[in-house]
Design a protein around this ligand. Structure first.
Ligand code: AKG
Length: 303
């Protein structure tokens, strides 16, 4: 893992100025390879029953939640000193990692995720725009469907969705397009205007880590979805962390822990039908097993 030629002071200065910084070659070699394999294993099938996989809530993306559980490289990237030093300086000493997920974007010419800035905090109670930064990295080579960011649009207004005609007011030269090989990373202030560009001509695999101060009051939608629940981690991958790493990963922090939280199911009938069909399959399997055992017994006794 590198990030050649960059130091955290430069990174936070560039974040202040442009809102976006590219870290070429942030992941490489065996680390990158193991992360790609682990991520790909979650993309093979939809998560279901006792089988892990991706989540699907929209047409063109397969979501992989809680990537810090998957492989050491994901944890190491989250607390990489180049990143955390820059974020301490840019967001402030209370910054923490609050979400770690990735997705495969499927090829499409449809612009399904247009220009926007990320809404996350309760806009009715803040006096200034709280700082939030995402660290993103590609696990596949990206030529199309690259991330795009309009430099200098961060920290100017509360986050919202932007329409095409509003975007034409910005000079085209200010649009930073982040294409590159797997292992390319970038940091961006999420209050700046950004999107995944279109068309997407080949599948793109990317991971996004979200850092902000967890004590900032969250918007209602995110509380209702329990979006920023404490990170789900894998004990095997947590050796060798410093006290500060543990703080960044939220060890023991119950600020956004919602006891007894239950997400509202959106597909209740489908889920009930699926459960019934599956119960039937288990019952049929049990019955067939008993018939086979009886036949075997009968033939053995008759011989
Ligand atoms: O997938 C992308 O390139 C864009 C990601 C994005 O818009 C976001 O994380 O808010």
């Amino acid at each position: 893992m590198c990030g050649k030629g960059l130091i955290s002071v430069n990174i936070s200065e560039q974040l202040e100025k442009d809102g976006v910084v590219v870290l070429p070659g942030f992941l490489a070699g065996e680390t990158l390879r193991s992360m790609q394999l682990a991520f790909a294993s979650r993309l093979r099938r939809l998560r279901w029953n006792d089988v892990d996989g991706y989540e699907k809530t929209e047409r063109f993306r397969h979501m992989v939640q809680n990537v810090l559980q998957l492989e050491q490289g994901f944890v190491d990237a989250a607390v990489h000193p180049l990143v955390t030093d820059a974020l301490r300086s840019y967001i402030g000493p209370k910054f923490a990692l609050v979400e770690a997920k990735g997705w495969k974007s499927l090829p499409t010419r449809r612009l399904f995720h247009g220009w926007h800035a990320d809404a996350w905090y309760d806009q009715s109670v803040v006096a200034t725009i709280p700082r939030e930064v995402k660290l993103a990295f590609y696990l596949s080579d990206v030529r199309t469907g690259a991330f795009e960011y309009i430099r200098g649009t961060h920290r100017k207004q509360h986050p919202r969705i932007w329409r095409g005609h509003e975007i034409s007011a910005f000079p085209a030269a200010n649009i930073q397009r982040v294409a590159g090989p797997a292992g390319t990373a970038f940091l961006f202030d999420t209050s700046g205007i950004h999107r995944q560009s279109s068309p997407i001509l080949e599948p793109r695999q990317a991971v996004f880590y979200n850092y902000h101060d967890p004590s900032v009051k969250l918007q209602r939608e995110d509380l209702e979805y329990d979006r920023y629940h404490p990170l789900l981690l894998n004990a095997a991958l947590l050796g060798g962390l410093s006290e500060e790493d543990r703080r960044i990963l939220g060890f023991g922090d119950k600020t956004n822990y919602q006891p007894l939280f239950e997400r509202k199911p959106l597909h209740k009938t489908l889920q009930a039908v699926q459960s019934c069909v599956f119960d039937g399959k288990i019952l049929a399997g049990e019955f067939t097993g008993r018939v086979i055992a009886r036949l075997r017994h009968t033939f053995r006794v008759g011989r």
